[in-house]
Design a protein around this ligand. Structure first.
Ligand code: NAD
Ligand code: DAU
Length: 341
């Protein structure tokens, strides 16, 4: 696959994937196709800008005419779809754009793959589609039981992929990953939010009792899994991508504070997220059988991430001062601080 359309390539995971591909495949061309929403950031692609194998198109995945035009013009072989509205709290405030991009937009890409006969579409999805997991771990054939407008929209996109494969034979592969972390993650997500707040000695707003569990996957391990599945996954199949590194949010927060030499008194328990899933957990044996494994130790990767945010204030300070400020106020200005904090 010599020419990739990377939708959502200006976001967190997408931009990490762009750099990964340009470095790994000297003859591969990438076209980033991105709407540049609040989460799309050209600073993430600064290092690729001078590379003749890279180009950028500002566009919406819901715009079928433009997607088709770009695919033809750049002789695209495959689409890797990262484009999505991704933040659960925002989906609770305003679900419409999630349904539009994550369901309808996914359908548009599938339609273009079908019409133009592309070799493959890799659709990047999430463990959240399985819903909250009390015991054990989700396997790919489990029912989808999404609980937030975000996860319901992602589940809708996944089901569109399934339907396009079964009905039209579209060569689509789905990956479902756990929580990612690393450089270039927008500071609304818990790890960059807590690191950047702690750097400024601001409170870390921990939802509810802080005992919700997430499984933390370093973004480059995720990129490797996506690359492998793009090339070696089976059409119509789903692959879970988990790190087996489950932590409560409280454990995670304490680890970050310890790494940064900051006091626990920065933790502020606030009112819980509505519909907050208690735990996600993935059984990733299917992708492991194909040779994938995590290659980054959690503690090292987290330390590297703390260092990156410490050294790159220029990247996040302007984000937190811009659109984020009004969002943050809407999110936390009304969120009650719990008595025991
Ligand atoms: P992000 O929010 O950082 O980036 C999303 C990107 O998509 C942005 O560049 C944005 O401008 C673009 N975009 C949004 N709507 C668009 C549209 N209509 N047309 C074109 N571009 C559009 O997201 P991320 O964290 O990098 O996540 C990427 C993908 O991975 C998403 O599909 C997400 O559901 C999935 N995922 C994320 C995680 C995680 O922990 N971050 C875990 C598992 C799966
Ligand atoms: O599981 C994969 C998913 O991980 C992705 O599909 C999503 O796109 C991504 O946003 C992420 O969703 P989460 O809701 O798990 O991530 P978030 O960083 O928002 O929250 C992680 C946990 O931390 C969650 O239990 C809520 C909690 N949290 C979050 C924020 C922002 C807090 O306690 N306080 C906060 O301020």
């Amino acid at each position: 696959m010599e020419s990739l359309l990377i939708t959502g390539g200006a976001g967190f995971i997408g931009s990490n994937f762009v750099h990964y591909v340009l470095e790994k495949y000297p003859s591969c061309r990438v076209v980033v196709y991105d709407k540049l929403t609040y989460a799309g950031n050209l600073d993430n692609l600064r290092d690729a800008a001078g590379d003749p194998r890279y180009s950028l198109v500002r566009g919406d995945i819901c715009d079928e005419t433009l997607v088709e035009e770009v695919v033809c013009e750049h002789e695209i072989d495959a689409i890797v779809n990262f484009a999505a509205e991704t933040h659960v709290d925002r989906s609770i405030l305003e679900p419409g754009s999630f349904i539009q991009t994550d369901v309808y937009g996914t359908h548009v890409l599938l339609e273009v793959v079908r019409k133009l006969g592309l070799q493959r579409m890799l659709h990047v999805s999430t463990d959240e589609v399985y819903g909250s997991v009390t015991d054990g771990s989700s396997v790919e054939t489990d029912n989808l039981l999404p609980n937030s407008p975000y996860s319901a929209s992602k589940a809708g996109g996944d089901l569109m992929c399934r339907a396009y494969h079964v009905t039209y034979g579209v060569p689509v592969v789905i990956t479902r990953a756990s929580n990612n972390f690393g450089p270039h993650q927008y500071p609304e997500k818990v790890i960059p939010l807590f690191i950047t707040n702690a750097l400024d000695d601001k409170p870390l707003p921990l939802y509810g009792d802080g005992l919700n569990v997430r499984d933390w996957l370093y973004v480059l391990d995720h990129c490797e899994a996506i690359d492998l599945m793009l090339r070696e996954g089976q059409d119509g199949e789903v692959y879970n991508v988990g790190a087996d590194r489950e932590l409560t949010n409280l454990e995670l927060t304490q680890t970050i504070l310890d790494m940064m030499g900051k006091p626990s008194s920065l933790i502020q328990h606030v009112e819980d997220r509505p519909g907050h899933d208690r735990r996600y957990s993935l059984d990733s044996s299917k992708i492991r059988k194909l040779g994938w494994r995590t290659r980054h130790r959690f503690e090292d990767a987290l330390e590297g991430t703390v260092r990156w945010y410490t050294d790159n204030r220029w990247w996040w300070e302007k984000l937190k001062a811009g659109d984020f400020e009004s969002y943050y106020h809407e999110q936390y200005g009304t969120r009650r601080v719990l008595a025991d904090s």
